[in-house]
Write a protein that binds this ligand. Structure first.
Ligand SMILES: [Zn+2]
Length: 235
């Protein structure tokens, strides 16, 4: 087994991780992500705001219909006033009218509240447009520098990956396959030595079972650690 080759391959993986980290933490990327996050958050806030505005307009429509209905009812009552022929009936009409006017007043109040909410939302909407614009400009301003850092790092990464591809040809496919399996699930580094003295995985320090340790002591022994899922090899 070409463990040496696999370890060199792992070293190149480490370089790739470092390049990724360098990109992630570069000033250009941090700035870009900061503006992008603010931009996305503001868009989400805008969606919520637009939902709230929509609800207010549905309310206005409902209240306006109720208002019109009451006005029509009041009209009907006035038409009936001519036909009142006793005091008792007059009293009844007056009470009904008062009720209708009081309903009308409460609808007016509700409409006024909606109007106030909309005025507030209008101010929020103005702030929204100014923020979205500022964050978008921020993203736009940071993009070229971030793209520059990205392409520099990507070209270095491409070289490393080309070296890995060449190296892979010299390693047994079975070993490469096991390494890649460990890399998917375990913390870096996925390939670690077996500590013969303590019969343990040098990735996590777990003392391996007698069965696994015995297999590792055989020629070309290569086992997965049941604790950290790393691939353990005998030095
Ligand atoms: Zn382990």
């Amino acid at each position: 087994m070409n463990i040496e080759g696999m370890l060199r391959y792992q070293g190149l993986d480490r370089e790739l991780n470092q390049l990724n980290e360098k990109f992630r933490t570069s000033d250009a990327t941090v700035q870009y992500n900061r503006y992008m996050k603010l931009y996305k958050q503001t868009i989400e806030d805008g969606k919520r705001m637009s939902g709230a505005i929509g609800e207010h307009f549905v309310n206005i429509e409902r209240l306006t219909k109720q208002y019109e209905k009451l006005i029509a009812e009041i009209d009907e009552y006035y038409k009936g006033v001519d036909e009142i022929d006793d005091l008792k009936q007059a009293d009844y009409y007056e009470k009904q009218l008062l009720k209708l006017y009081s309903s009308l007043e409460s609808i007016e109040k509700e409409l006024d509240n909606v109007r106030k909410e909309l005025v507030k939302l209008d101010a929020d909407a103005k702030a929204f447009f100014s923020n979205v614009n500022a964050y978008f400009m921020g993203v736009k301003k940071c993009t070229p520098e971030m793209e520059k850092v990205k392409s520099e790092i990507q070209s270095k990464a491409k070289e490393v990956m080309a070296a890995q591809k060449e190296l892979e040809k010299t390693i047994e496919p079975e070993l490469v396959q096991k390494y890649k399996k460990a890399k998917e699930v375990a913390k870096f580094p996925p390939l670690v030595p077996f500590d013969e003295a303590t019969s343990s995985c040098m990735g996590c320090g777990l003392e391996l079972s007698k069965d696994i340790a015995a297999k590792l002591r055989q020629e070309g022994g290569l086992e997965f650690c049941p604790n950290c899922n790393r691939l353990v090899y005998r030095q």
